[in-house]
Write a protein that binds this ligand. Structure first.
Ligand code: ADP
Ligand code: MG
Length: 339
């Protein structure tokens, strides 16, 4: 029998990878914001139209790309962030897979403008469904602008699966919060359909939380600080009386990356035991710093699920740290649950 196995062409492989990396407009927002941060931007603009279905644009003042790098950045597994398998155990950047731009360009129309500091002229690139349709020199400031239009134009099933503009915008806003909360030293501007949604100046963590969630937060926050051999924990919890039925103010960051961890969430809830009713969630903004070799963020392309080496110890430290913070602020148990 004749041989029947063949390697898929790049654009097909990219489209398959895109299925994992890009679930919805918010996934694109996350990838573009992370790239801007990795490029050391101090100012990042996010521009959205129609829930990201018409336009998702991120403009940064980071280090930009040379003409060759601009071209290469859309190739799969093309990255400036790691070069070796051992780098995976010492990740300092948000990205490292070299998959995002290739995936996005496989399923959308992408316009990029980029320039490095030491270059007089920048590069303009237009890519549609993995095909470069235009490339020319352009006058542009140092940094990078990437505009993603017509997401899923070539995957109708995916495009039809998108929710209303309002729901997609909510997912985008969630991603924006996650990034903004962990980088208070970066100035962010967020525009939706031409109007400004957020204008966040460079501040500290506490002020950033207040700017994102409103000044009502200010008197709700209790600081958390602990340093052990395994982990450094910093951030804030909200006082028990402000626990809410709805979720949305619970954030874990591990090494400056938003993570989802039902297990660690449970440890926070355990620390609040006796202080809140069982049907409400306390707010928290907790930043965990661990040795990069003790955390595996490579288990999923979106990198929100991570694996800690010693989860049980983490659980115990977190619970006692939060109990301690609650105790220090003289927050007595609420014996009468009816207030
Ligand atoms: P990764 O972030 O995993 O490296 P991406 O596909 O997101 O993969 O990006 C590929 C490469 O393109 C990056 O490694 C980086 O060198 C370059 N790049 C992407 N976005 C930017 C940006 N905003 N500024 C400068 N360089 C960028
Ligand atoms: Mg990236």
């Amino acid at each position: 029998m004749a041989d029947i196995i063949k390697l898929l062409p790049d654009h097909v492989a990219n489209q398959i990878a895109a299925g994992e990396v890009v679930q919805r407009p918010a996934s694109v927002v996350k990838e573009l914001l992370e790239n801007a941060i990795d490029a050391n931007a101090s100012l990042i603009k996010l521009i959205i139209k129609d829930g990201g279905k018409a336009l998702i644009q991120v403009v940064d003042n980071g280090k930009g790309m040379s003409e060759t790098d601009a071209r290469l950045s859309f190739e799969r597994h093309a990255t400036s962030k790691i070069s070796d398998a051992k780098d995976l155990f010492n990740l300092k950047t948000k990205g490292f897979r070299g998959e995002a731009l290739a995936s996005i360009a496989a399923i959308a129309h992408v316009d990029m403008q980029t320039k490095t500091e030491d270059s007089d002229v920048g590069t303009y690139l237009k890519i549609e469904g993995s095909q470069v349709v235009a490339q020319e020199p352009i006058a542009t400031p140092t940094g990078t602008s990437i505009a993603v239009k017509n997401l899923f134009f070539n995957i109708p099933a995916r495009r039809n699966f998108l929710k209303s503009n309002q729901v997609e915008l909510r997912h985008i806003t969630d991603e924006f919060h996650r990034v903004a909360l962990v980088h208070p030293s970066i100035e962010f501007h967020f525009y939706n359909n031409g109007s400004e949604v957020f204008n966040l100046p460079q501040v500290n963590h506490r002020q950033r939380i207040n700017h994102v969630f409103g000044s009502k937060m200010e008197n709700r926050l209790v600081p958390v600080n602990e340093e052990t051999e395994v982990v450094k924990i910093s951030g804030f919890i909200c006082k028990p009386e402000f626990a809410k039925k709805s979720r949305g103010e619970q954030f874990f960051f591990a090494n400056n990356r938003f993570i989802k961890s039902p297990y660690l969430h449970h440890s926070v809830i355990a620390a609040f035991e006796g202080l809140i009713k069982s049907d409400v969630y306390p707010g928290y903004f907790l930043y965990l710093d661990v040795d990069p070799s003790c955390i595996d963020i490579n288990i999923h392309p979106t990198k929100t699920e991570v694996k800690f080496d010693d989860e049980n110890t983490m659980y115990a430290i977190l619970r006692s740290t939060i109990k301690h913070s609650l105790g220090q602020f003289n927050i007595a148990p609420v014996l009468d649950f009816e207030h």
